[in-house]
Write a protein that binds this ligand. Sequence first.
Ligand SMILES: [Zn+2]
Ligand SMILES: [Zn+2]
Length: 271
Amino acid sequence: MKRAAEKLTGASVRGVKRVLTAGIALGQGALDCVYPRVCAGCGACDDSVRGRALCPVCADSAARVPSPVCNCCGIPITHPSGQGVCSVCLTERQYIRHCRSIFVYDGDTPLARAILAFKHGGTAGLAIDFAELMAAQLPAAASASDWDLLVAVPIHASRFRQRGYNQAQLLAGQLGKRLGVPSPAAVLLRQRATPPQHGSRAQRRRNVRGAFAVRRTAQVKDKRILLIDDVLTTGATLRECARMLLNAAAASVDALTLARVLRRSAPSQRS
Ligand SMILES: [Zn+2]
Ligand SMILES: [Zn+2]
């Protein structure tokens, strides 16, 4: 009986050890899922990456949009007009009051690889780190009280089914948490898939015209809105979203994107 009990106790201890070891491994795995240790830009794998999208080397190499920028569309300018805006914003009607981007998107950089992984690689967890970068780099003059609502640029339902998430909504959600501003999902609806953006500015605007709708106008009426997207390539999509929000009686629309294309190195998927 005693031997049986010892046997049982020994077996139990071994079992508990196995469970504990498995539990610790599981905990480590879960931690790695939430806070990956692999840099999404270069693949470096160590503890300096945990909780960050990029390792310190890749984060330092990510180019910020250089100043000064057009006060309205946010494009870098060398000779601002008297109002601090570029020649386009000086002559054309703009729906977005202030549009800003944090990083320069270039097709072959660690940041671009990380953004592509975020968009297409199922690495939705990168939203936490990217939103932190966006919040940290908001212009000093901006404050959360400038906006009533964060609104994500929507993706088409077919793409949502394929991908399982809208990367812009994930960014808006995380940024909203940090700023204490609501970021409800699906404020805007993408009614049709739009072709990759090519051609003149007028053509690009025609491509997206009517592609978006406001689901419930009461949700945006009189609201000061900050539109959120991951990459700005031509600006036609953000412009059209802003136009629809203002049509639905939003008080004002600003825009913030994680990155923006400054040269002809655009990702073909979005505008
Ligand atoms: Zn790296
Ligand atoms: Zn401008």
